[in-house]
Design a protein around this ligand. Structure first.
Ligand code: VGL
Ligand code: ZN
Length: 178
């Protein structure tokens, strides 16, 4: 049983430069995420990939008064992963309900149950965006009692100041920044 899991957060086409909701420099962490995926596979860790997986009419979209342009719509190219995942990676789809936003990979999904079932005690987190889905996922992991590590060189935020603030908040909450 793996005691560790790598959680790759929302490494999807729409969050990369040229996508619908680009994270500046998001593409620069693709190779780092791929390296971590390979390293953690070798360590026998569980590999988890979360994806933003919105219905066409999601509440977070501007058409519905939300803050974001339409992005990561279920089944579209923009929602595809940009990292290389093993065939046995666990894919967690989130924010799938039209009227509910969910930044955390734990929110409205069976991620916690899956981690427990696999005996996971420690989670390592990489991906985008640091101050949104990475932040929420890391805070929820700590809250649920997992030893939580953030892979600093493999996360990217939308705005540098917001990213810095999020990293400090995570540290205070007990997330270890590596
Ligand atoms: C995200 C904004 C909207 C994220 C998802 O993955 O951080 N950010 N939807
Ligand atoms: Zn979203």
């Amino acid at each position: 049983m793996p005691e560790e899991a790598l959680i790759v957060v929302d490494m999807q086409r729409d969050f990369m430069p040229g996508g619908a909701l680009p994270v500046p420099g998001g593409d620069r962490i693709i190779p780092r995420c791929n390296d971590y995926i390979r390293e953690f596979m070798k360590r026998g860790a569980l590999i988890v990939a979360t994806r933003d997986w919105h219905p066409e009419n999601h509440i977070s979209f501007r058409e519905r008064g939300g803050p974001w342009p339409k992005h990561c719509v279920q089944g579209t190219e923009g929602a595809e992963f940009v990292v290389e995942l093993p065939a046995d990676a666990v894919v967690i789809s989130k924010a799938t309900e039209p009227d509910k936003e969910a930044y955390s990979g734990f929110e409205g999904t069976d991620l916690e149950e899956i981690l427990r079932k696999h005996g996971v005690k420690r989670v390592y987190i990489c991906g985008v965006a640091t101050e949104y889905c990475v932040r929420a996922t890391a805070l929820d992991a700590v809250k649920r009692g997992f030893e939580t590590y953030l892979l600093r060189d493999a996360v990217k935020g939308i705005k540098p100041l917001d990213e810095e603030r999020a990293l400090k908040e995570l540290e205070r909450a007990g997330v270890r920044i590596l």
